[in-house]
Every structure is written in C-alpha cells, then in structure tokens.
Ligand binder design. Structure first.
Ligand code: SAM
Length: 288
C-alpha cells in the first residue's frame, strides 16, 4: 500500500496555488475550439471530504480567499469551490479539470493506489479515461498523444528521493515524442530544517534541495521554454518543512506568466503568512 494520502493535504496552500494554475492553463487551451489532450499522471481521488481533518495548520487555505478580485481564474475557481463546499467537499485536480473539459477534448486520469483509484474511477465516470498504473508508465504509453495539442499535469507525492529524477527523465523522454506538449510539474520547496511534530525538536529535512536540483536538471536537459511559478506561503525560517511550492511549466501557453503573476499577487496578499517573500514567476529557459 502507498502511504501518501492526499486527503490530509487537500485544500492547503500548495493545492490552492496548483489548482488556480491548473484553471489558468486549461483556460488558455479552451481559448481555441480545437480539441486537446489532458493527462493527470497522479490524479488522487478526484474530490475530498472537508470533514477529513488535515494534519497541517494550513488545511483549507482556500477559505482565506476573499474572492473579491476581477481575475477570471479566481472567479472560475470560486464557482467550483462553492459548488463542492455545498456538498462539504473540496475538488481535487480531476474535479477542476472535468469542470473545464469540453466534449471534443480527451481527458485521462491516472492513480496507482487501489482504494484511491476506485474513488477516482467512480468520480470520473464518463468524463474521461481512467488508468491504474505508475504515472510515468502511463505518460510513456500515451506518447505522442491524440489530439496532439494539450498538456500533462505531474503531481507526485515525492515520498522517495528518486521521484525527482523520475520526473525529469519521464518529461525528457515524453518530449522526444511530443516536443510541443505542455508539462506542468508540481514541486515542494523544503526548508533545510523543520520541527519534528512529535518530539518538537529541530531536525534536518532529508529531501531539502532536491526540487531545486530537479529544476536545474530540466533546464540543462531541455531545449523548450520553461516557466517557473512559485508560491511562498511562509518564510524559510518558519521551520515547517514545506514553506513554498511551485509549478515548473514546459512549453507554457502564451501569456501564462502574466496570469500566474496576478494570481500570486492575490495569494500573497490574502493567503500567505505576513511578510512571506518566496513568491515569484521567472523563465528557467527563455522562449526563443
Ligand atoms: N493531483 C491531485 C490533486 O491535485 O487533487 C493530488 C495528487 S497527490 C499529490 C499524489 C497521488 O499520487 C496520490 O493519490 C498517490 O496515491 C498517487 N501515487 C503515488 N505514487 C504514484 C505513482 N507511481 N503513479 C501514480 N500515482 C501515484
């Protein structure tokens, strides 16, 4: 059995940014009526009960948003959040993606853990294809995709240090068959030390620095443009382990950088801890 359970993290700071960015990405694809392909390699259950208490202080960070902004993306997120909140639930990436899908598009959702997969399959029903395999194998098997336009969301739990390398290898391989594909890779940013929840003692964070190494790897190995958008919800010295999270987007759609900048400005003013300074949008590989 896999140990990571997203139900304990659903709706936290990292989810809010990732999900807003996902809506931003799919809105860009929806601008043209041409069909597109979408794959979520690590999809989770599809939706999560709000009553399942998370272990983090930032659980349900989305409830801190005032939603008073004119941002199209934020309003789209609000509409779906409210719909799920009425049923005491929070939408996962499959729920958000399905809310944006059109009849002509081809959506795929993959989840490895059997129990979670059962929930996902029931949730997705006829809105897309579901797979129960290793996410990186599914990605390989579907390349090059039909239709040829589209994107992949890669959102692994990063429980093992190896997963960072698996991500960069899988993306590099997939791009050989699909050089124009968009890949959105979620990653955690970890402080070098954290407070142990049980003993309350300060300890080293074993996987600190691995995401930064993965970004460097991607930048060196890929020719495609790469945009990075990082949400720093508290400062590194707060010793909570994950103090920021980001999305590394290979072949981002036009003007995604501006949209993500706007979203981060809103999150910084409403959801971040006072004075957190880790949010930024930058080109890891500049467009040619
Ligand atoms: N994308 C989801 C969302 O935003 O709502 C959250 C996904 S959660 C971070 C990661 C999921 O990947 C978990 O449900 C876990 O069971 C699953 N998983 C772990 N290892 C996997 C693998 N090798 N292939 C596919 N899924 C895997």
């Amino acid at each position: 059995m896999l140990s990571y359970q997203h139900k304990y993290h659903a709706g936290n700071h990292a989810d809010v940014f990732k999900h807003l960015a996902l809506i931003a990405l799919l809105s860009k694809f929806n601008r043209k009526s041409k069909p597109y392909f979408y794959l979520d390699t690590h999809a989770g259950a599809g939706q999560y009960a709000l009553s399942s208490q998370g272990e983090h202080q930032d659980t349900y960070a989305f409830t801190q948003l005032s939603f008073e902004h004119a941002s199209e993306v934020l309003q789209g997120y609000k509409a779906i959040i409210e719909q799920y909140k009425n049923a005491n639930k929070y939408p996962g990436s499959p729920a958000l993606a399905i809310s944006m899908a059109r009849e002509q598009d081809k959506f795929h959702f993959n989840e490895l853990a059997s129990e979670i997969y059962r929930e996902l399959k029931y949730f997705v029903h006829r809105a897309g294809s579901t797979h129960q395999r290793n996410g990186f194998e599914v990605l390989k098997g579907l390349m090059p995709p039909k239709p040829n336009r589209g994107m992949v969301l890669i959102d692994p739990p990063y429980e093992n240090a190896d997963e960072y390398d698996e991500v960069s290898n899988a993306v590099e391989d997939a791009l050989k068959k699909w050089p124009n594909g968009t890949f959105a890779i979620w990653y955690p940013v970890l402080s070098s030390t954290r407070v142990n929840r049980k003993t309350k003692a300060l300890e080293k964070t074993p996987k600190a620095g691995l995401a930064e190494k993965m970004l460097l790897n991607l930048s060196q190995r890929l020719e495609q443009p790469i945009l990075v958008a990082q949400f720093g919800f508290c400062n590194e010295d707060s010793n909570i382990g994950m103090y920021a999270s980001g999305l590394c987007i290979v072949n981002p759609p036009y003007e995604l950088d501006e949209t993500l900048n706007t979203i981060l400005m809103i999150l910084d003013s409403e959801v971040s801890e006072n004075g957190a300074k880790g949010s930024r949008v930058y080109w890891l590989n500049e467009p040619k």
